[in-house]
Design a protein around this ligand. Structure first.
Ligand code: SIN
Length: 487
């Protein structure tokens, strides 16, 4: 139960398969709790392999008619979904805050961000045509035709319960692919509310399906199915590589948006105020629980103290609390295990010589809250240098020259995002070209937007979401050779 919804019908305690709201064959359920209080807000069906098979069958049944529609029809449906999402932004944000914990204003921001993908791919879908190629003989032509890959699966995480769904589903649907969404079992309600809005927008039965429950049985059935032709996953590198192995037997297309360990480099010729303001965005958005969060903050010697002072002042002004409490800027972490990991990283760093330079207010006693902190004298031997902390911890490492900063930045198996701050154009190009990451940001902390490709290199994944590349992930190129033309 979530209080204050204008449309209580958006809160669904059922899965969505083939256009029906269902409880699943076994009748088993899973509880979902509010990370700020630990209280149960509702239950969802804990679906099994048979339910998953039913969703695959429904999606495959929807595929033929959906791909046969014009791109314009599909686009119009996405536009209606987009409008409904924006009309219901308040309710969707409330649902998200209740199950995920992020502050209401941030949840609203995520809903608007999620909606941009629907709009963008409604537009991109209309332009997803192929091209023709000059043939090797005068009377031959080759048409490169774009076709939808088929039934597509989106396995989405708890940190962005709306945006990761629309970033995968909107391009799939625009391309002509039906989708099966498996949201995190921690945050199913935002996904179900989005599905309800898609139903209201008029998507045909089976084009969008949402499976709730624990991941093992559902994921196993989805990856084993030869009918599923595409799987897109956002989550940890460990689970991503497991899914890749599971998808190998049926040779599925995959997109993997996996872990990160983003460096953020502050050079001595940076505008320090800009660097601090965008470190706050990059580091503390979603309480530090994003794959693209700055995990290691590398600061040049001569500006280290000034940067640390200014960052500490900004961090001290953050307010920790439940996401639905006015003024909260740092909500709870997703669960107690997440809070324990953050604490372990801080303890490890302090035991290896880091100093606690600043800490945001934390009068919360519940075990999932973590106060934001700035640690100085961070070093490569600390856990937080090699692992994603996924919490509000800003460790400051020191460097003396550019080459050293690049080496430190690249000293990780991950390569998702990198940020750097300089006012020197020559350095900007030198550094951007040497950073090993799928996304590099100069003088800004925000890199996630519908028009730009999002994704990583190295152990951070495969494929791109958003931008022009996003829809290609759901399209096959078929070469149609036409020979012997009587010209
Ligand atoms: C993520 O953390 O996985 C996604 C971040 C984003 O889209 O901004």
């Amino acid at each position: 139960m979530i209080a204050g919804l204008k449309d209580p019908g958006l809160f669904r305690e059922a899965a969505f398969i083939g256009g029906e709201w269902v409880q699943g064959g076994s009748g088993a359920t899973l509880a979902v709790d509010d990370p700020a209080t630990g209280t149960v807000i509702g239950t969802v069906p804990d679906l099994d392999m048979d339910d998953t098979e039913a969703a695959i069958t429904a999606a495959q049944g929807a595929f033929g008619p959906w791909r046969a529609r014009t791109a314009g029809d599909r686009s119009a449906m996405l536009e209606r979904w987009h409008a409904l999402v924006l009309e219901n932004v308040g309710d969707l944000a409330r649902i998200m805050t209740a199950e995920q914990g992020k502050p209401l204003a941030e949840a609203e921001g995520e809903i608007r961000y999620a909606a941009t993908f629907i709009k963008w791919f409604a537009e991109e879908g209309r332009r997803a045509s192929g091209h023709d190629v000059l043939g090797p003989e005068a009377n031959r032509r080759v048409l490169v035709m774009k076709e939808p890959v088929g039934v597509s699966v989106a396995i989405t995480p708890w940190n962005f319960p709306a945006a990761m769904i629309t970033r995968k589903c909107a391009p799939a649907l625009a391309a002509g692919c039906p989708v099966i969404v498996k949201p995190s079992e921690l945050t199913p309600y935002t996904a179900l509310a989005l599905a309800r809005l898609a139903e209201m927008a008029g998507f045909p039965k089976g084009t969008i399906n949402v499976l709730t429950g624990r991941p093992a049985a559902i994921g196993g059935a989805l990856t084993a199915s030869p009918t599923v032709r595409k799987l897109s996953f956002t989550g940890s590198t460990r689970v991503g590589s497991l899914l890749l192995r599971q998808c190998a037997d049926t040779v599925k297309r995959t997109s993997m948006e996996l872990g990160g360990n983003a460096p953020l480099i502050v050079f001595d010729d940076a505008d320090i105020d800009v660097a601090v303001a965008s470190t706050m965005i990059s580091k503390f958005r979603n309480s530090g629980q994003t794959c693209v969060c700055a995990n290691r903050i590398l600061v040049q010697d001569s500006v280290y103290d000034a940067f640390a002072e200014k960052l500490a002042k900004a961090v001290s002004a953050l307010r920790v609390g439940p996401g639905d409490q006015p003024g909260t800027t740092i909500g709870p972490l997703i669960n107690a295990a997440a809070a324990e990991k953050v604490k372990a990283h801080i303890d490890d760093a302090l035991s290896k010589g880091a100093a606690l330079f600043a800490s945001g207010a934390n009068d919360m006693t519940f075990d999932r809250f973590a106060a934001p902190v700035v640690l100085t004298d961070a070093a490569p031997s600390m856990l937080l240098a090699s692992e994603e902390t996924f919490g509000p911890v800003a460790p400051l490492f020191r460097f003396t020259h550019e080459e050293q900063a690049i080496e430190m930045a690249n000293a990780t198996e991950y390569g998702l995002a990198s940020y750097f701050y300089t006012e020197n154009l020559h350095r900007a190009f030198r550094v951007a070209e040497r950073l090993e990451a799928g996304m590099v940001a100069l003088n800004t902390g925000s890199i996630a937007m519908e028009m730009a490709p999002f994704g990583g290199v190295k152990m951070s994944g495969l494929g791109r979401e958003g931008g022009r590349a996003g829809i290609e992930e759901y399209l096959e190129s078929k070469a149609f050779h036409i020979a012997g033309l009587k010209l």
